[in-house]
Ligand binder design. Structure first.
Ligand SMILES: [Mn+2]
Length: 527
């Protein structure tokens, strides 16, 4: 990897001289696990290392010159960024001015001008001239590469046999959580790391698994478990509070402290869910009562005091429910902070770029954007985006698109097939889990709603194989997470016939385990 030799040489020099090193991370899963990996590696080599993870709300994303200045005042000479730094041009110049050596390790793409920050070394497979074959590594995996290079120089056998397998656990969690494509080397990292997670592990991970009610020793851990059960808990710290406690959780050796920190993450995650649910209800009420707003083709939803840590998740939820591009904005001290998500065929960054004069900052891509602007400019933003969207989306009815891989009637689901599907693990971004469609499935009973949000259906499929008689399979249990709204929209009841988009799940609950299906989408079946 381009820059590796220079980086290793400088870090080894710092370790030998016991120069204090500062790791500069990010507040999400990728950024915090990257800090954990490199901190652990440097400490194993007897280096002196501290870290800084920005506060999402007080500091925002990326490096800050003030932190570098404070570090310099405390005697730091070497700063290593993880999962950040690729666009920190001004801060890199600050580092240079302060006499700080800077090593950037990051996976983010370069800016449009392909500018590179001034640094002693840059590790990023996406930089020009780097021929490292896997370009889509997450930040933690790049940190892992540096850790690996450092550890192998000291003791290659111990590094390969003992240390790296355990580091792969963290890298796998980050790879899945950061939504990099699960192909190529990422797939290898994720698969090996998931396997390692079955073995005994540090107290922090064990406490986190316990808090999430997951037992990796008895249950085969999947990419889904990591993406939807572990990652939200790790991310809750950065969303709601301070991400540095995640790093403490994963580096402490004190079981009671780990249990305490995991309980705090659990609490933060619950708060995050409650906050999210509360704002979502407010938004749904508004859409139900304000006809003009509901008629907009692009939804701009704003509120005072909505928590800034959840606006991105909320935008995704609104898109799921309405099939329209949506911006969710919270207003704090006169400043509007927004996050947006889009649908296929409506590049959201292009849309908000038409209002670039209104923003104090903005960025993102076709499907997701983030921005800030003075709250006084909100009416103008709404007006312009409304007319932009009505031109672009005029001829289109909002529709929920579901990518179906194959048609598979419910009676064709077998344990053997489920076994084959398991071989596709870990599934996720870049390696999507197969979605099947069963046509004309029939509800045997009324919809069962769980916790106001989720549903359970008992389905059967009338089978007509061209013969004279129509048989019927027994019943198949289908669960729909966050699908209560959709069942209500369709007015489903016993006897309703639906076309069901679904994924096959193996429920390993000892009492009601077995194969079930998870609903990906539903519509009324027509003859
Ligand atoms: Mn990242």
């Amino acid at each position: 990897m381009l820059g590796m030799t220079a980086a290793v040489e400088r870090v080894e020099r710092a370790i030998a001289a016991r120069e204090p090193i500062l790791l500069y991370g990010d507040y999400d899963v990728d950024g915090t696990t990257a800090v954990v990996l490199l901190k652990t590696a440097i400490e194993m080599l007897d280096g002196v290392v501290s870290f800084h993870v920005p506060h999402r709300i007080r500091e925002g994303y990326g490096m800050q010159s003030s932190v570098l200045e404070a570090a310099r005042a405390e005697g730091i000479r070497l700063v290593i960024t993880v999962d950040t730094g690729m666009r920190a041009f001004a801060e890199a110049d600050t580092a240079q001015r302060l006499g700080l050596d800077l090593i950037v390790t990051d996976h983010h793409l370069l800016d449009a001008h392909e500018r590179i920050p001034h640094a002693l070394a840059i590790l990023n497979p996406n930089q020009p001239g780097c021929d490292y074959p896997e370009k889509a590594l997450c930040g933690a995996s790049i940190a892992l590469k540096l850790a690996q290079a450092l550890l192998e120089r000291r003791d290659p056998i111990r590094a390969r046999e003992k240390i790296l397998p355990s580091f792969l656990k963290m890298a796998a969690i980050a790879t899945i959580a950061d939504a990099v494509p699960l192909r190529g080397e990422n797939r290898t990292i994720a698969a090996l790391g998931l396997r390692e997670l079955r073995r005994p592990m540090g107290v922090g991970l064990r406490a986190l698994f316990a808090a999430a009610a997951l037992d990796p020793a008895s249950k085969r851990l999947t990419g889904f478990d990591v993406a939807f059960r572990l990652a939200p808990r790790i991310n809750a710290a950065g969303r709601m509070d301070v991400a540095s406690e995640v790093i403490e959780l994963f580096t402490t050796r004190d079981l009671s402290r780990a249990t305490e920190l995991a309980a705090k993450l659990e609490q933060l995650n619950r708060e995050r869910r409650d906050t999210e649910a509360f704002v979502l209800r407010t938004i749904e009420e508004r859409l139900a009562t304000e006809a003009e707003l509901a008629a907009e083709r692009l939804l701009v939803l704003d509120g005072d005091g909505w928590h800034r840590g959840v606006i991105g998740i909320l935008a995704s939820r609104v898109v799921e429910r309405t099939a329209k591009p949506a911006l969710v904005i919270c207003v704090e001290d006169g400043i509007a902070h927004g996050s947006g998500r889009s649908v296929d065929g409506f590049p959201l960054l292009e849309a908000i770029e038409t209002c670039s004069d209104l923003f104090t900052r903005y960025g993102g891509h076709a499907f997701a954007v983030g921005f800030a602007l003075p709250a006084t400019a909100l009416p103008e933003l709404k007006k312009r985006l409304s007319s932009y969207a009505s031109e672009r989306l005029a001829a289109r009815e909002p529709e929920r698109l579901l990518h179906i891989h194959a048609e598979l009637p419910l009676d064709r689901i077998t344990p053997v097939l489920a076994g084959w599907l398991r071989k596709l693990e870990p599934v996720g971004h870049g390696n999507p889990e197969p979605v099947f469609i069963a046509r004309k499935a029939r509800l045997l009973a009324p919809v069962r709603v769980m916790k106001d949000r989720h549903i359970r259906l008992d389905l059967t499929q009338d089978v007509d194989r061209g013969g004279s008689h129509a048989a019927s399979i027994g019943s198949m249990r289908a669960v729909g997470w966050d699908m209560a709204f959709r069942a209500a929209e369709l007015g489903l009841t016993a006897g309703s016939r639906i076309n069901l988009g679904y994924r096959i799940r193996e429920n390993d609950h000892p009492d009601f385990g077995g194969i079930e299906v998870e609903i990906a989408g539903m519509e009324h079946a027509t003859d």
